[in-house]
Ligand binder design. Structure first.
Ligand SMILES: NC(=O)c1ccc[n+]([C@@H]2O[C@H](COP(=O)([O-])OP(=O)(O)OC[C@H]3O[C@@H](n4cnc5c(N)ncnc54)[C@H](O)[C@@H]3O)[C@@H](O)[C@H]2O)c1
Length: 271
């Protein structure tokens, strides 16, 4: 699908990757870009920069997604591309609170289900459309420092696969964007795993570029870091070896961050 003349909705678009996707969609000639975020002021700023339309929406609340979709359809008559991009992270493993796990589940997974429920019937009626989920490489591999992020990003990809299988033949194209580190506010300098991700981080604009290419070529997996395909193939080929590699990487990251904070350079092949 080409972006020219299309109506595009992007969630979590007040900053970071979502804002970059909006800028890119506007530059590529979208007829309307709906800049949506729970932070209404941030969404308005981005919308003002690109001549888009800001809609405040907390994606964890289904009625807010339904209202945004019906407002957009009333105003512009169509939704061709819906980017479920808003996402959060929370550190921790078994110690992560139930409340944090629930928020991760609501924002990173349920929001995608709410969006699909609201827009898929419309996309089928109009003869097609594109659903884009910003998942993460953590959904194909894992994120060592966050159990909840890893689990919910895997679930997001599972939902996207299910949507593709069930609605692909009715014209609904589904894509999953799975970057490693991206230089946005989400990366935390005080976290050794995030410092590692930062070493190989790309820009939000690089991700937006990959998203537009992926929509154009109707790719399911959009991998702005091409090495993720290689890591995923290694994991699929020998899960036990991959797990041992990840265990070694955790050990290295923890030791090097204890010795020299901010300077860890673990073995990339371990992923
Ligand atoms: N930054 C990375 O390294 C990285 C890597 C892989 C995947 N991702 C994914 O990319 C997506 C965008 O992340 P980012 O790096 O741009 O983060 P960010 O923190 O810079 O921006 C996230 C935006 O989402 C909004 N948001 C958060 N919760 C929301 C909610 N409930 N409803 C509506 N908006 C909400 C925030 O207000 C913010 O504007 C996320 O899904 C994230 O998991 C990020």
């Amino acid at each position: 699908m080409e972006i020219q003349g299309k109506v595009v909705v992007v969630t979590g678009a007040g900053r970071g990757i979502g804002a970059a996707i909006c800028r890119r969609m506007a530059a590529d000639g979208a007829a309307a870009v709906i800049v949506s975020d729970r932070d209404a002021a941030a969404a308005s700023d981005v919308a003002l920069q690109i001549g888009g339309t800001a809609i405040a929406c907390d994606v964890a609340v289904e009625s807010q997604i339904q209202n945004m979709v019906s407002d957009t359809l009333n105003r512009f008559g169509s939704i061709d591309v819906f980017c479920s991009n808003a996402g959060i992270t929370a550190k921790g493993g078994l110690d992560c609170s139930n409340a944090d796990f629930q928020s991760l589940w609501d924002v990173n997974v349920m929001s995608r289900l709410y969006a699909a429920r609201a827009v898929v019937p419309h996309m089928i009626r109009q003869g097609g459309g594109s659903l884009v989920h910003t998942a993460s490489a953590a959904g194909l591999l894992t994120e060592i420092g966050s159990a909840g992020y890893s689990i919910t990003k895997h679930a997001d990809i599972a939902l996207a696969e299910w949507l593709s299988v069930n609605y692909g033949r009715q014209g609904v194209r589904v894509s999953c964007v799975c970057p490693l580190g991206v230089a946005t506010d989400m990366l935390d300098q005080d976290d050794p795993i995030h410092r590692y991700l930062q070493l190989h981080a790309i820009s939000a604009e690089d991700v937006a570029h990959a998203v537009v290419d992926g929509i154009r070529s109707e790719q399911f997996l959009i991998l702005p870091h091409p090495e993720v395909a290689e890591f995923f193939a290694l994991k699929a080929a020998d899960r036990d070896r991959w797990l041992r590699g990840m265990q070694r990487m955790l050990q290295k990251l923890t030791r090097s961050s204890e010795r020299r904070p901010g300077t860890s350079t673990p073995d990339r092949a371990a992923a």
